[in-house]
Design a protein around this ligand. Sequence first.
Ligand code: HEM
Length: 362
Amino acid sequence: MSEKTSSVHYINYLALDKVLDAQHPISDKGKGAAHEEMLFIIIHQTYELWFKQILHEIQSAMDLFKADKIDESNIGIIVRRMDRVNKIMTTLVGQLDILETMTSLDFLDFRHHLSPASGFQSHQFRKLEVMLGLKIKKRHQFGGCPYHAQFEGKKKEEILELEENNSLFSLIEKWLERIPFLKMEGFDFISKYEGAVNEMLEKEIAGIKAANLTDEDRALRIRMIEENKKYFERVLSEDEHNKAMEDGETTLSYKATMSALLINLYRDQPILHLPYQFLRSLVELDHKIATWRFRHVQMVEKMLGQKIGTGGSSGQGYLKQTVDKHKLFTDLANISTLMISRSYLPELPKNIKDTLGFNYTK
Ligand code: HEM
């Protein structure tokens, strides 16, 4: 069927005339176009298309989490969408390999045409960061200018509004706080867990005392376990946790952290399996974005060395700072520090196992 007679035609449906007519190298205004500029444009456009898809998925997850009552089947949908986002992120990291087929000398053939354009001005990338929960006070600043100074009009308003709204982080925190598993009839999770940790540490101390070690070595190992015990006590104390939040050392609330711990420990319970996968997917996303940031820095180092960026930052110096500082779900990743082996895990009473039906949202 021809383009004219068909109501839905491949070319029209995909708006290919617009998409394929959207590459306009600016280096051809002088002596002749720089060959590599086409790759530079297409790579960036491809990134922006994938950012669009990621935002679409994250927005849908946020919409599902906004509901007061979260339908359990929706957790499965969200897990699948987060998995898709993570697969896209893998592709986005991989795409840098293609761009790196351009050398720094090739880049210099057209870089002077680009200033002051910069990745700083990627509105979708900023939207993604803010929607995930990156707050302005947590950002690594450069040149005393807020990141949104790069935008004007509606684009700026949109970013400022997103800063004020719920983020995926805040919605997840509320969802974790609502999960009513921490205190159930006949089962107080935190005190049971504390008991299990103490039992584990006492056994470790008994093992060290019985082992064939020098006095010095034995004392050192026991001191290490006592330090470990203090760490657990600090994490389990709500007051200490709130203080750590005030000091900016941790972001996730005490209740949400305890729920996340419970989900991680009892992940084998069918009802907690999907929430566990979901929490895992968030840590995965954080790591993938950090991997992208790190690979982007390495590429910038190869292309520019110590040159400053077209957006006016110190270039790789600035970008390196963002790799760790802009992570969002570190508190969830740190739950692994609190894991104890299944053999110490307090057995859930039968009545609780039975009541762990599939109706756990308020
Ligand atoms: C030759 C290739 C590239 C070079 C030399 C480069 C260089 C830079 C530099 C120096 C910065 C810091 C801001 C500035 O002062 O301009 C930056 C930021 C950024 N670039 Fe690139 N970039 C390249 C490719 C890409 C690609 C393919 C993307 C994909 C979208 C991208 C996205 C970004 C983003 C989102 C930022 C802001 C990061 C942040 O503030 O955390 N860049 N880039």
